[in-house]
Design a protein around this ligand. Structure first.
Ligand SMILES: [Cu+2]
Length: 252
C-alpha cells in the first residue's frame, strides 16, 4: 500500500494549488456571469481563493463526468444484433471514486480551517458593535448611543440603513423577530442566517468607502423580494457626523 505523505507536505502542495487558484488570471478566465462581485472586505480574498479553488475542482469533475456520460451513451448505443451483458461493476473503481473525493474534502477542510477560525469564530478586538434584527420584511439596525454601549436607553435604531466607518472592524449581532432570514452582503462576502431565538455574531471590515446593498437570502415570505437594506461605509469623521444627526433626529 502506498505510504501517506506527511500532513505538512500535503498542506504545502494544497496551499500551492490554492495559491494558483487565487491568481486573478485564473478567475478572470471565467465568463463574467461566473465571476464574483467586487470584493470590499478585508478577508474577502481568502474566501474568493477557496471559492475559485472549489469551483475549478468541481467544474473540472463536472465536465469530465458529463463527457464520459455522453461518450458511453454513444459508444454503447443500441445496435441490431448486439447483446447487452450483465456486469456487477468494479470494486476497485468504487473504492477509487470514494477515496479521491474524500481526500479532496479533507484537504479543503484543512485549507479552510484557519480562514474559518479567523472569519467565523474569533471576533476582532476594538470593533464597533451593532445589532441587526431581521423582520418581515426589513432590517432594524441598532447602534450604541453616546455611551458607546449596546442595549442601553440611548441606543439609536435605523431602518435598513447600516453605516460604519472604514478601517475599523464591525461586529454584527444578528437576530430575527419572526422567521429565518439571511443577512447577505455580497461585496463583503457575508451571508449569515438570522434565526429567531438565537444571537449570531459575525464581523466584517471594509477596505474602502462606498455604498452597497443588503439582501435577504432566505425565502422568508411574500415580501421577501423587497427585503433590502443599504450599506454606507464612510470615513470615521463622516460616520460620527451621521451618528450625531441620527441622535438629534431621535431626540426631536
Ligand atoms: Cu427575509
Amino acid at each position: 500500500m502506498a505510504s501517506i505523505a506527511p500532513r505538512g507536505r500535503v498542506l504545502r502542495v494544497a496551499s500551492g494549488v490554492l495559491g494558483a487558484a487565487a491568481v486573478p488570471s485564473l478567475a478572470s478566465a471565467l465568463p463574467f456571469w461566473l465571476r464574483l462581485p467586487e470584493n470590499v472586505a478585508t478577508f474577502g480574498s481568502k474566501i474568493d481563493g477557496l471559492f475559485y479553488l472549489i469551483l475549478w475542482i468541481t467544474g473540472s469533475i463536472f465536465v469530465l463526468v458529463e463527457a464520459l456520460l455522453l461518450f458511453f451513451l454513444f459508444r454503447y448505443r443500441h445496435r441490431e444484433g448486439r447483446r447487452a451483458h450483465y456486469t456487477h461493476g468494479s470494486n476497485r473503481l468504487e473504492v477509487i471514486w470514494t477515496i479521491v473525493p474524500a481526500v479532496i474534502c479533507v484537504i479543503l477542510a484543512l485549507l479552510s480551517r484557519r480562514s474559518w477560525a479567523e472569519i467565523k469564530q474569533n471576533m476582532p478586538r476594538g470593533a464597533m458593535h451593532v445589532e441587526v434584527i431581521g423582520e418581515q420584511f426589513s432590517w432594524n439596525i441598532r447602534y450604541p448611543g453616546p455611551d458607546g454601549k449596546l442595549g442601553t436607553p440611548d441606543d439609536l435604531v435605523t431602518l435598513n440603513q447600516l453605516h460604519f466607518p472604514v478601517g475599523r472592524p464591525l461586529v454584527v449581532e444578528l437576530h430575527s423577530k419572526d422567521v429565518i432570514h439571511s443577512f447577505f452582503l455580497p461585496e463583503f462576502r457575508v451571508k449569515q442566517d438570522a434565526v429567531p431565538g438565537m444571537t449570531t455574531r459575525i464581523w466584517l471590515e471594509a477596505t474602502r468607502v462606498g455604498h452597497w446593498e443588503i439582501a435577504c437570502a432566505e425565502l422568508c415570505g411574500l415580501g421577501h423580494f423587497r427585503m433590502k437594506g443599504f450599506v454606507t461605509v464612510e470615513t470615521p469623521e463622516e460616520f460620527e457626523r451621521w451618528l450625531a444627526e441620527q441622535a438629534k433626529e431621535n431626540a426631536s
